[in-house]
Ligand binder design. Sequence first.
Ligand SMILES: Nc1nc2c(c(=O)[nH]1)N[C@H]1C(S)=C(S)[C@@H](COP(=O)(O)OP(=O)(O)OC[C@H]3O[C@@H](n4cnc5c(=O)[nH]c(N)nc54)[C@H](O)[C@@H]3O)O[C@H]1N2
Ligand SMILES: Nc1nc2c(c(=O)[nH]1)N[C@H]1C(S)=C(S)[C@@H](COP(=O)(O)OP(=O)(O)OC[C@H]3O[C@@H](n4cnc5c(=O)[nH]c(N)nc54)[C@H](O)[C@@H]3O)O[C@H]1N2
Ligand SMILES: [Mo]
Length: 783
Amino acid sequence: MTHESLPEKQQKAQYEPYKGPAAGWGALKSVAAHWLDSKQPIKNIRALLKTNQHGGFDCPGCAWGDDPKGGRIQFCENGAKAVNWEATRRAVGRDFFATHSVSELLQRSDHWLEYQGRLIEPMRYDRATDRYRPIGWDDAFALIADHLHRLESPGQAEFYTSGRASNEAAFLYQLFVRAFGTNNFPDCSNMCHEASGVGLSQTIGTGKGTVTFDDFAEADAIFIFGQNPGTNHPRMLAPLSEAVRRGAHVVCFNPLKERGLQRFQDPQAIHDMLSNGAESTNTAYFRPALGGDMAAVRGMVKCLIQYDEQARMKYEAPVLDWAFIERHTQGLEDYIAQVKATPWSQIETQSGLTRVDIEVAADIYRKSSKVMLCWAMGITQHRHSVATVQELVNLQLLRGNIGRPGAGLCPVRGHSNVQGDRTMGIDEKAPSGLLDALEKVFGIAAPRGRGHNTVEAIDAMARGNAKVFIGLGGNFAQATPDSELTHQALTNCDLTVQISTKLNRSHLVKGKEALILPCLGRTDIDMQASGPQAVTVEDSFSMIHASYGQLPPGSNQMKSEPAIIAGIAKAVLGNRPIDWDAAIADYGVIRDYIARTIPGFENFNERLKQNGGFYLGNAARDRRWNTSSGKASFSANPLPDDLLHERIKASGQQPDVILQTLRSHDQYNTTIYGLNDRYRGVSGQRRVLFMNGDDIKRLGFAAGEWVDITSLWEDGRQRRVAGFKLLAYDVPAGQAAAYYPETNPLVPLESRGTGSNTPTSKFIAIKLAKSERQDRDRVLYAG
Ligand SMILES: Nc1nc2c(c(=O)[nH]1)N[C@H]1C(S)=C(S)[C@@H](COP(=O)(O)OP(=O)(O)OC[C@H]3O[C@@H](n4cnc5c(=O)[nH]c(N)nc54)[C@H](O)[C@@H]3O)O[C@H]1N2
Ligand SMILES: Nc1nc2c(c(=O)[nH]1)N[C@H]1C(S)=C(S)[C@@H](COP(=O)(O)OP(=O)(O)OC[C@H]3O[C@@H](n4cnc5c(=O)[nH]c(N)nc54)[C@H](O)[C@@H]3O)O[C@H]1N2
Ligand SMILES: [Mo]
């Protein structure tokens, strides 16, 4: 077996606009290529057919829900990539680490690192040889216990979670960490949908979406803000394609003309492949300025209020749902005053849209009696994201578009179990109800203070206030902002522990001592004393269902996530507060604990047997508002005075353009499957900067030229990434886009969402300079 093989290495870097629709034949071809590359194609085809099926496993890709009436095939191109990527026969064990020193591995690209295969045995870093060496599981657990016991206080340890962890793993993890004594739960959600959770809980009393899968079939209009489903949630194209076919409106707000949002193709329907997808006159596409959505929605509300006043003057039926407003909401007066005080000029400048555009959107909204709003990272990764989410809520409240079939709020989640992890208590600001329940059921003294979120954890490690980092999945070193600072924070630690399936940069940017603990993934059979185990997950629609691994694990030295957590917990706490071994022998025991602790999980083991799982319920969907007033609240937030942060302005420089960082079609977050981005016409390269052709000229460059990018932030640090190729692309003037995580060094740690603390990955003020870098190929493949 060679570790050097890398299929994309030979591929020429190209850029040629893509003409086809999203999904369809191109997707099928791509699935086939990934099948073959997994080195066990037949096994993986069998596994794929078990994706999202009853008795099969939950797709390790995104958090999109399953069609309850779904057929034999419930996966998409990118789900197939996720499965093949995890279920590879390539392996990374002691031979690999004996060959490659850590310094040498640091020179490799993210793509190369993960491509080497699955981690198959526990490893400990050896400083003398700068290599990882094998360590026994018990020794690894003892080393962790030793470090945790040596801390002055439990708050000096950080316990990160990435959203693939199952409910069972997440529950055990938070129980262990709280029994140990801290609420330090930085998690991927802090960088993702945090603003949705905060914005929704404050207004409708629940932090989750109010819709279910079936609502898509009922909606008259579906608005999609800041989301690229063709790549990131391909199975969402099926209900969208069905919606336009039956004449519903689909309205998109996205500065980029994303392929999957222009033609809606059901990724599973052969008919769509032949007909090239559903096109319709019922779609509208608006291209706002980055961060301009709140202003755009404010403009829509301004129109609706005006339509309502006009209608009532003419004794026509009102446009707003006054019965709903009176019975279910509070705060309307203040909000209307705020809307009236917002001038159109500010709305137009900030949204980047004209009043006429916004009136078109408002008209569609008004004429549709059932409206769903969907959104993702284009909304949540800004400074004013909480206020923007609340503006979406305001809009829906005005026409009672919450808690009716075909209407509601739909934050489309990222990681396949990110929503479930929160439900299980992965939360640095845990609700007191959960802490009370933990105390009652387990007899622990749950820590009550607020713990660290992701940016606070980085800060604590950078200052030496936190000394141990444990990562339950994910790739903390690469997913987080301000990479140079974050890397320094991690290397400051006395011990870093990564519980992972695949090699990534977080194993290399590590503490003085470091452990790699290889775990089973979703596709692997999880055999314990009582037999093969199921784990459970919660999708974006609050459906809970079981997932059974299908493939024999690649080594007997891997452990399941729950088993690793239990091993650490037992080494640290002994048999307290639970018998950890018994919980691992049969995960039904963990689910019984969950049933006794977390509301909505009563009879958990029993209800799991239902085909398709069970619905957790959502109070706001039933128009029960768990807010302090007992009503849903309008939020009277002013529009930001200026989208440019004071500290950008204090840098004394004007940005050349504003940059958003996004995902290509060939990646899963920091996991880079390949160097292509099919729908944007890019192949064989990732270090590109998408920019408007006129901007390229205005700044004195030419398309195809190489630039270095610096971000503006007044704090005495220079943030720079070198060697990006300028692509003239259909981007609105003044904006640019580039891939994450290559551009994460540009995001200042302190540039965060108000109330969410989410790094502002979709709004980075940058300057460009001609690149001095000559080693472009190395940049492409090793960078
Ligand atoms: N294949 C695949 N699937 C994934 C992932 C993956 O990496 N690969 N990641 C998973 C995760 S964790 C998540 S959170 C989701 C992410 O799913 P998305 O949110 O779709 O991911 P991004 O690529 O960040 O895309 C953001 C979109 O918002 C637009 N946008 C950016 N800024 C703005 C703005 O200010 N306003 C508006 N209206 N639009 C804006 C961008 O042009 C882009 O189309 O996907 C999940 N699914
Ligand atoms: N600039 C910028 N930064 C961003 C974003 C952005 O849009 N722009 N998006 C943010 C978002 S939305 C998110 S969610 C975060 C993602 O942050 P993370 O969740 O931390 O990152 P991932 O890239 O999903 O993690 C990949 C690693 O997870 C491990 N892994 C995969 N499957 C499993 C499993 O089943 N179990 C375990 N234990 N490990 C597993 C593998 O080792 C793999 O290398 O990044 C955020 N960072
Ligand atoms: Mo995410």
